[in-house]
Design a protein around this ligand. Structure first.
Ligand code: PBE
Length: 300
């Protein structure tokens, strides 16, 4: 009898100890070890970009739809997002950022998109060229070139890499691309079409992808004899500007999802020349060493 009560006492002690240990796990003081919650490992933050970007609105929605309480979406810039990513990777820390393709960061680091089973970020998209309706008459050759402008994600990525990894000036990177892709560029430039007015104004946002495309278009138009002015603005101003005719064109319309709200407001006042690039994507991006695979797992 005595022996049995001893055994029971030992079992009870083990069970109590187990419960005690379990109760201690998961605290914020454990961030970085395996016991910490996913949210703690990310420091409760999603590193964003400029507030007007479509990807920021999509991320606000994702926070609601996936119940990501305790996460803060931090405003930053495209450059700030990349700097935070670089620092976290150097320190081997967990980080989640608003990311998009095409982007040179995928060539530079081992990154992955978190799965988005609710489809908040939409599927594959395209980037459209949008012009002001008077451009066709005012600058027929520029209009035709903008209509012809079409390239692949790998082309855009090559220019982005030169600017961001090889540290080339955007104008130099655009000129290099044009020189190395004469056949493609010659297909964009129409023959025997009237030039019309001298000056073309392009609006854009300083997203790495749009810095690349807008500078390439600028240099092709310059080759055709136009004076080209680039105006770097935020997303809201870019869309208002093309709607009001203060820009001749933008080559930065991410549709049908990312810029849907902006596009809806101006679509009757602009002319959409269709895609200049197909196969884009937006979403939440993490380094590959982060051991979750889905946005759903961020709530853990
Ligand atoms: N981006 C790059 C933009 C469009 C181009 C994905 C950051 C956005 O979210 O609006």
């Amino acid at each position: 009898m005595l022996r049995w009560s001893k055994v029971l006492a030992v079992i009870a002690a083990v069970v109590m100890l187990g419960a005690f240990v379990a109760g201690c796990g998961g605290g914020t003081e454990n961030a970085g070890d395996d016991q910490a919650s996913v949210r703690d490992k990310f420091g409760g933050r999603i590193v964003g970009i400029e507030p007007g970007a479509g990807i920021m609105k999509a991320t606000e929605k994702a926070i609601k739809e996936y119940g990501l309480e305790g996460y803060e979406l931090q405003d930053s810039s495209s450059a700030g997002m990349v700097a935070a990513l670089k620092k976290a990777i150097n320190d081997k820390e967990w980080i989640v950022v608003t990311g998009w393709t095409p982007h040179w960061k995928f060539a530079k680091w081992d990154l992955k998109y978190l799965e988005d089973p609710k489809g908040i970020y939409g599927g594959e998209e395209e980037i459209d060229t949008i012009v002001t309706p008077t451009l066709k008459d005012e600058a027929p050759a520029a209009y035709q070139m903008l209509d012809n402008f079409y390239w692949k994600p790998s082309d855009m990525e090559a220019v982005m890499l030169d600017i961001n990894v090889n540290e080339m000036d955007p104008d130099a990177a655009a000129e290099k691309f044009i020189k190395e892709h004469q056949d493609m560029v010659n297909e964009w430039i129409p023959e025997g079409v009237e030039k019309g007015k001298d000056k073309i104004v392009l609006g854009y946002v300083e997203w790495d992808s749009e810095i690349a495309s807008t500078h390439v278009v600028k240099h092709v138009l310059m080759k055709m004899g136009y004076d080209v002015e680039l105006q770097a603005v935020d997303a809201g101003v870019m869309w208002q500007g093309i709607g009001a005719g203060s820009f001749d064109a933008i080559v930065a319309a991410w549709l049908p999802t990312t810029h849907k709200d902006y596009y809806e407001k101006v679509k009757d006042k602009v002319e959409n020349l269709g895609p200049n690039l197909e196969g884009t994507r937006i979403g939440l991006v993490v380094p590959k060493y982060v051991t979750i695979d889905s946005i759903e797992d961020m709530a853990q």
